[in-house]
Design a protein around this ligand. Structure first.
Ligand code: BEZ
Length: 254
């Protein structure tokens, strides 16, 4: 994942939708008892536990030490380890790599795909969901405009997200020896807690890179302006609906 220092309490208390939406992806994975499966970017372990409940032998990895500490606390009976998705190895060849809401945090997609390809058995599957082209477009626009209008210099690294098109991502999978059997780009308007706190918490949890280096006071000013802007388009009848666009993909190692 990106360089965020994850606030696991805020993640679990206010953003549980991240793994709740991921439950459908487990159906696409269709884990079988005894299969060796990796949960890549497991966060605090909720989906790892759901996969384990099917009888599969699952390991969860995440780049964030904070997330792995919490995952081990939540599910002490399961295997978790700190590892970087761009540079990991697994001894046991895998039947599947599963990944929910992680790929979009990593701006070196080929390094990730290469590691996945190397860990899968021939015939093994990669099943993932992540932000696709146009994901949270209005939030990105509001943040960049507000920061620029407030006099901040925006380098391209400030935006931590990689939101590819289906064409771009599936071409990378094919280039690295994975055959794409399913790919779907779809809108998934995502409700947040109501009131200003809903979007403020989302921005603090996920958009910290845009705000890093700002004093608490300046951060609050930027967040307030972004909320005012986005209320016009993303807030309706007391409910935030964030403009998520997802890609779901299944690819098989040849
Ligand atoms: C996503 O899951 O699509 C996402 C989450 C946080 C920031 C950006 C995108």
């Amino acid at each position: 994942m990106a360089n965020n220092n994850w606030n696991t309490a805020l993640y679990e208390s206010k953003h549980g939708f991240v793994w709740k939406y991921g439950e459908g992806l487990i159906e696409l994975l269709a884990p079988q008892p005894g299969e060796y499966i990796l949960d890549l970017g497991c966060g605090t372990g909720q989906l790892t536990a759901k996969i384990a409940a099917t009888g599969a032998k699952v390991t969860g990895i995440d780049r964030s030490e904070e997330m792995i500490v919490k995952a081990k606390e939540n599910y002490p009976q399961l295997n978790f380890a700190v590892a970087d998705a761009t540079n990991f190895t697994i001894e046991q060849p895998l039947d599947a790599v599963f990944s929910n809401a992680v790929v979009h945090w990593i701006k070196q997609p080929e390094a990730v795909i290469n590691c996945i390809q190397q860990t899968l058995k021939p015939g093994g599957r990669f099943v993932a969901e992540f932000g696709g082209k146009g994901n949270v477009r209005q939030i990105v626009q509001a943040l960049t405009e507000t920061l620029a209008n407030s006099g901040y210099d925006l380098s391209p690294q400030v935006n931590p997200w990689y939101f590819p098109s289906i064409g771009e991502y599936t071409s990378l999978l094919e280039k690295h020896g994975l055959e794409v059997t399913y790919a779907h780009l779809f809108d998934r308007p995502t409700p947040l807690e109501s009131g200003d706190a809903g979007l403020a918490n989302w921005l603090k949890m996920f958009a910290g890179n845009f705000l890093s280096g700002l004093s608490t006071e300046k951060e609050k000013r930027i967040i307030d302006r972004v909320i005012t802007k986005l209320k016009l388009s993303l807030y309706c009848d007391g409910i935030w609906k964030v403009d998520y666009r997802r890609i779901k993909v299944v690819a098989i190692k040849l």
